[in-house]
Design a protein around this ligand. Structure first.
Ligand code: CO
Ligand code: CO
Ligand code: CO
Length: 348
């Protein structure tokens, strides 16, 4: 299953938190808490970025993140690969290089054979090897629902941190992987997807964002994030809301699985897509030519999705070609940053 935002019904009292945060925003649990202050904490919880960053020296900082979730594919090895690629992605989205990882495991030992866990971890290890990451430990608890992921630590230069903020008028937005994997995963579970599509989507979710991250290093990138559970428009909203800028997206340029569009038209849409629309839909203006099915795919929750990169307009074409040259064939310019209307996403 794709990662779906949790629905909370309880209201957090005090601190004026509720006004800024939607019911599904887990930041509510932390809002208004008295957090330790440290001048070397460059990106902390208050910034709500892909990963946290802590300065060690003038030219070295640690970048840290954790992600784990239940399986969205049947094959344990593929699930391990996807979970690891997804966890590593937050380091890449910040412009960091992952170095060490720890397994995070919840396992129903009474009902599942331990060999399944071993295969999941083997899948994870294959991605760690590919990323040049060393496994330093981990923690396993017994739980009724299987979950797996990684806590990852990487290195980053304190002066070269990419966050979701810092959009600049004229920037072009580049997306590196097709969207629609949440809908396709739902179709796979319903037995509607053929093996070739299942293999392609599994492969895409297991693909590291490393090559995209390495490629963008040589370009004037102003902001970056990765597309996961909040979907393309949800993660884009995190970049745009309170940025003082707007964005214009050309829906026809956003890479999508064509099958996802067909299934969306049939109503085969994961609950997370509706949650994402409820959460961020008020920031989005859809043009009359943008069909319902396209809107649904734009809100579809992704697992281990691509990077969304804001780059100076003059270098955008060159970056897309460089991404293609490094094997990221789906990479495309999907929109641009505009001066007005501020804090809004226009989809045409
Ligand atoms: Co992220
Ligand atoms: Co994450
Ligand atoms: Co980031």
């Amino acid at each position: 299953m794709p990662i779906e935002p949790i629905r909370l019904t309880q209201t957090v009292k005090g601190s004026g938190c509720a006004a800024k945060l939607a019911p599904g925003d887990l930041a509510r649990a932390l809002c208004g808490l008295d957090l330790p202050v440290d001048p070397d904490l460059i990106v902390g919880i208050d910034k709500a970025d892909d990963a946290g960053v802590y300065r060690i020296s003038d030219d070295l900082a640690l970048v840290q993140t954790i992600d784990f979730f239940p399986p969205m594919v049947d094959d344990p090895y593929s699930f391990g690969q996807i979970a690891a690629a997804n966890a590593l992605s937050d380091i890449y989205a910040m412009g960091g290089i992952p170095k060490t990882a720890m397994n995070v495991v919840a396992f129903p030992a009474k009902t599942l054979d331990m060999s399944i866990l071993r295969t999941i971890i083997e899948g994870g290890l294959s991605k760690m090897r590919e990323a040049g990451v060393v496994l330093v430990g981990g923690h396993t608890v017994e739980d009724s629902e299987l979950k797996y992921g990684l806590s990852v630590t990487g290195f980053i230069h304190p002066g070269r941190i990419l966050t979701k903020r810092n959009l600049q008028t004229g920037d072009r937005l580049i997306l590196t992987k097709p969207i629609g994997t949440g809908i396709v995963s739902t179709a796979i579970k319903a037995g509607l997807a053929d093996q070739s599509l299942t293999d392609r989507v599994t492969q895409a979710m297991a693909t590291l964002n490393r090559d995209a991250a390495l490629t963008m290093q040589d370009f004037p990138v102003h902001a970056c994030t990765d597309i996961t559970g909040f979907g393309f428009l949800g993660h884009l909203a995190e970049m745009v809301v309170d940025s003082g800028h707007g964005v214009r997206i050309t829906a026809a340029h956003v890479p999508m699985y064509p099958e996802a569009l067909e299934w969306a038209a049939m109503g085969l849409i994961p609950a997370g897509a509706y949650n994402n629309r409820n959460f961020r839909g008020s920031f989005v203006n859809f043009g009359t030519t943008v069909t319902q099915r396209v809107q649904d795919v734009l809100f579809d929750p992704q697992t281990s999705g691509g990077l969304l990169i804001a780059v100076a307009a003059t270098e955008a074409e060159r970056l897309v070609h460089a991404l293609h040259a490094s094997g990221i064939e789906s990479a495309a310019i999907v929109g641009e940053v505009i001066a007005e209307p501020v804090d809004r996403i226009i989809v045409a």
